[in-house]
Design a protein. Structure first.
Length: 237
């Protein structure tokens, strides 16, 4: 019998790869056929170039077309959400559901842009080692950091393989990306935000304010969760 489950494309974030989804795969695969690629420069493609948000989006559509998939759900974590939004801008009608996990549609504000520029300058001068020291740990909610020490060390070790060029290109692309809140209005009731109350990278109030302006958009608030919902969310809140 032909598998009738819809496809779900999972797009990982910055300094991650497709393995970031492992804690949720058993649950999601009950309902969806999972597609979990690595973006250029990350994971199994660490020696390739990261092409920028818009071009990575086009490459994902080409990959999906190659499998003769016409419609699918998309979920993006953090930077993966930015790429998912670019995919929606390019071919919105093919998307059946759209999940933004610890992500948002707004462009970077001035302070965030300045922080990304500082990171770019640091990596150009000293490589990625100093930047990676504590990066993943600080993505978890403060109350969860001790609990997930082994996970943060695993994520750090994986990220050590990512080339400085990839970090710089991804940071530039995120810093300079446009505001894409308008595309959320076109997606309308297909949009679901996953928001952690302790996320220090994405302001929960900002996501909730955006959602209020878009009819039928859904916001799922995860109590006590930081920026790493795939690990921190236990399904109870």
């Amino acid at each position: 019998m032909e598998d009738q489950r819809p496809f779900l494309l999972l797009i990982h974030g910055f300094m991650e790869d497709s393995r970031i989804w492992e804690p949720q795969l058993a649950n999601w695969s009950k309902k969806y056929r999972i597609l979990a690629p690595d973006l250029g420069g990350f994971g199994r493609r660490v020696n390739e170039d990261f092409l920028g948000i818009e071009e990575e989006a086009r490459e994902l559509w080409k990959w999906i077309d190659g499998m003769n998939i016409h419609h699918l759900a998309i979920a993006g974590h953090s930077m993966g959400g930015y790429i998912g939004l670019a995919m929606a801008e390019q071919q919105e009608s093919r998307i059946t559901e759209f999940w933004l996990i610890n992500s948002h549609a707004e462009a970077d504000g001035v302070l965030k842009q300045q922080n990304r520029t500082r990171l770019i300058d640091l990596v150009k001068e000293k490589g990625t080692a100093l930047f990676l020291d504590g990066f993943h740990r600080n993505l978890f909610a403060p109350a969860n950091r001790e609990k997930y020490l082994s996970i943060t060390e695993l994520l750090r070790q994986r990220a050590q393989t990512i080339r400085p060029e990839t970090v710089i290109q991804a940071s530039l692309s995120m810093r300079d990306r446009p505001d894409r809140t308008e595309i959320l209005s076109k997606l309308n009731d297909r949009v679901l935000f996953f928001v952690g109350t302790e996320d220090e990278s994405i302001e929960p109030w900002q996501v909730e304010e955006t959602a209020k302006c878009i009819p039928n958009t859904h916001v799922f608030v995860m109590q006590g969760v930081g920026h790493m919902a795939m690990y921190e969310y236990d399904g109870k809140s």
